[in-house]
Design a protein around this ligand. Structure first.
Ligand SMILES: *[C@@H]1O[C@H](CO)[C@@H](O)[C@H](O)[C@H]1NC(C)=O
Ligand SMILES: *[C@@H]1O[C@H](CO)[C@@H](O)[C@H](O)[C@H]1NC(C)=O
Length: 281
């Protein structure tokens, strides 16, 4: 695995950045700890939520045998938060979804005009939509003052993004944390999500799109096939720390995408030192 020093990373980011790209080094400890907390849950989702903090209660399992989409609705009574997490790729059925780049109209969210998303993940979403909506509704009804959060890694990141976009039509103030997210939809979808999650600046955003070093998955599916990213990118380079996390806003291939990684590589599997399903936290 290629190691990136912070200084090296910044040079790469600024030289790779085009046009409106803007890169800022360093985030607060509280945001950093939050990103690490959500990464822990997302990586634990590969191994039945192993070693997640004891303050978190597992409320419901989300599962569809046809697509093998797996997820959970959790509740953190300390933080007063309802968390929905999706597992990343864990089977051949999931790989079939990953590789289906056909853009599918986002018919479940009609107010998102002209929106289309990754065809495989749309099938994944359709396969669990009823479960997700009823589980979240139940918790939101019983805990009306709790915040809603959605998270996941890789395939789970795109599932989280589509789910959060959908839930944002019903609930205010949803937060979204994705790790190693593939490009999930077209420009109309990205614009809708950016507006819904106030991504205009790092101060207001509720969509934290976390990337790592040269993770190759955020470079897929290709831009040439109509895919773009949404959210504010939080790019973690090694050795990971709050100081070595960059906030990347604006257009153009910068930060993670600018490193030229393609597909599943070492940087994709590990976030903040935690490998998917390794339970080493
Ligand atoms: C790919 O996704 C599209 C849109 O969701 C779907 O119509 C099509 O059946 C999928 N293809 C395969 C091979 O699953
Ligand atoms: C939104 O939720 C966050 C916690 O996720 C909370 O800190 C914030 O006060 C909430 N904002 C509003 C407007 O409810």
């Amino acid at each position: 695995m290629k190691t990136f020093s912070a200084a090296h990373a910044l040079v790469l980011a600024t030289t790779a950045g085009q046009g409106l790209a803007a890169v800022k080094q360093g985030i607060s400890d509280s945001i950093y700890n939050r990103l690490v907390g959500m990464a822990t849950i997302s990586q634990a989702a590969y191994a039945d939520l192993c070693n997640i903090p004891a303050t978190i209660t597992t409320v419901n399992k989300i599962y569809n045998p046809q697509t093998d989409i797996n997820g959970w609705v959790l509740r953190d009574d300390t933080r007063r938060e309802i968390i929905t997490v999706f597992r990343g790729t864990g089977s051949g059925k999931n790989l079939d979804l990953d590789t289906n780049y056909t853009l599918a109209a986002l018919d479940t969210l009609p107010k998102c005009t002209g929106c289309a998303v990754h065809g495989g993940y749309y099938l994944g979403w359709l396969s669990v939509q009823d479960q997700v909506e009823s589980f979240v509704q139940q918790q939101a009804k019983n805990y009306p003052d709790y915040a809603l959060t959605v998270t996941g890694h890789s395939l789970g990141a795109s599932m989280a993004a589509i789910t959060a976009a959908q839930l944002s039509a019903t609930y205010g103030n949803i937060s979204l944390y994705t790790f190693g997210e593939p490009r999930t939809g077209n420009q109309a979808y990205a614009s809708y999500v950016n507006q819904a999650f106030n991504t205009g600046s790092p101060e207001t955003t509720r969509f934290f799109r976390v990337t790592h070093a040269n993770d190759g998955i955020p470079n897929l599916p290709p831009v040439e096939q109509g895919y773009v990213h949404a959210g504010v990118e939080y790019w973690s380079v090694d050795p990971y720390s709050a100081q070595n996390t960059y906030i990347c806003t604006g257009n153009g291939a910068q930060c993670c995408e600018g490193q030229g990684g393609q597909g599943v590589n070492d940087a994709h599997v590990t976030y903040f030192g935690m490998a998917s399903g390794a339970c080493s936290w």
